[in-house]
Design a protein around this ligand. Structure first.
Ligand code: NAD
Ligand code: UGA
Length: 314
């Protein structure tokens, strides 16, 4: 199949595109190389793909470019492009979040709505941040749980998801939204916790810990998130799915495991950050039942893989 992957130079998009190419698909990747983190890192993410005859790259902004020629012949679109980052989404940066997360998604849906050959599936990278600062008694969250984002980023990811649902229900675009829960592993973005923790540990620098470390996340290994995308592409059922890692842990527990993987850590305690939710925990029943989704990689294995990657590239 010919498949389009937006945000292909990023963490999730590059892994997904590699897997699709290895399965024999022809992939057209789209990315505008935002400056949220260094272009050199994104080029490194693309290194293996660049050698593949079945891969082509279009450097373009989905929110402004002419999409029809890029998407021509694509049977499936994986929409991974976005401006990510919960804590960075306050203040002046919000215009960028609107552009990359809301406007870009709406333009993609418009382009797919009016296509002569209808696509088989559009998979949208949604986020656990749509749930907001859930109370312990509301956990684990289901797809039907209330959505009340706690950061401007979460607001834009929920808006993108609403757009996908609108175009699915009213215009027949076959969308699936995967609500990823904090994804980690090789190529994780440099602003994210594990990347920062491992880098600091390797340099012998103190680890920046926001808050008391008792916040929890349903951390999801990258290969499991990629599996979920492939299953979403094959499944007859669309709509919204939680994609969690299957083990909800506190950040303090992560640090204890990391200490065993990379050696002793020094902690630099900092204030809890605006927009950071206390807890995430996915009820993944819907994904298990309809997509056959079952996360396979344990936190310890996943941390080892991310640490090994950082040792290789830094
Ligand atoms: P990333 O920043 O590594 O990758 C996103 C890529 O999209 C970047 O390379 C960027 O240049 C590109 N991009 C942004 N706006 C674009 C536009 N208008 N046109 C073309 N390209 C554009 O981020 P990631 O961590 O790989 O996240 C991938 C997706 O998953 C995002 O939609 C994010 O919101 C979502 N998500 C990620 C996580 C996580 O833990 N990483 C969790 C939940 C949801
Ligand atoms: C992550 C992604 O960055 C978002 O793009 C995504 O949408 C979100 O997951 C999601 O699941 O929806 P976050 O959970 O903040 O957001 O991921 P990390 O940056 O890995 O942070 C995890 C925890 O570690 C947070 O509680 C954070 O406060 C903490 N942290 C992070 C630190 O203590 N120190 C740091 O240096 C970085």
């Amino acid at each position: 199949m010919r498949i389009a992957v937006t945000g292909v130079a990023g963490f999730v998009g590059s892994h997904l595109a590699e897997r699709l190419v290895s399965l024999g698909h022809e992939v057209v990747g789209i990315d505008r190389f935002t400056d949220y983190y260094a272009r050199a890192i994104k080029e490194r993410n693309l290194a293996r793909l660049r050698d593949e005859a079945r891969f082509s790259l279009v450097e373009a902004d989905i929110a402004t470019c002419e999409l029809a020629p890029i998407l021509e012949g694509a049977e499936v679109v994986f929409h991974q492009a976005a401006q990510p980052g919960v804590r960075a989404s306050w203040g002046q940066s919000f215009g960028g979040y609107l552009h990359d997360n809301v406007l870009a998604t709406q333009r993609l849906l418009e382009a797919l709505k009016s296509r002569k050959d209808p696509i088989r599936r559009l998979v949208y990278a949604s986020s656990s941040s749509v749930y907001g600062n859930t109370e312990e008694r509301e956990l684990p969250t289901r797809e039907s749980s209330p959505t009340k984002p706690y950061s401007p980023y979460g607001v834009t990811k929920l808006a993108g998801e609403h757009l996908c649902e609108l175009y699915r229900m009213n215009l027949g675009v076959p969308t699936t939204s995967l609500r990823y829960f904090t994804v980690y592993g090789p190529r994780q973005r440099p602003d994210m916790a594990f990347h920062r923790f491992i880098t600091a540990a390797r340099r012998g620098e103190p680890i920046p810990l926001y808050g008391d470390g008792e916040q929890t996340r349903d951390f999801t290994f990258i290969a499991d998130a990629v599996d979920a995308n492939l299953a979403a592409m094959e499944a007859a059922e669309g709509g919204v799915f939680n994609i969690g890692g299957g083990s909800r842990v506190t950040v303090n527990e992560v640090l204890a495991t990391l200490g065993e993987v990379v050696g002793p850590l020094r902690i630099d305690r900092r204030e809890r950050q605006l927009g950071d939710v206390h807890h995430t925990w996915a009820d993944a029943t819907r994904a298990r039942t309809l997509l056959g989704y079952a996360p396979k990689v344990s936190l310890r294995e996943g941390l080892r893989a991310e640490a090994a990657w950082l040792a290789e590239v830094s």
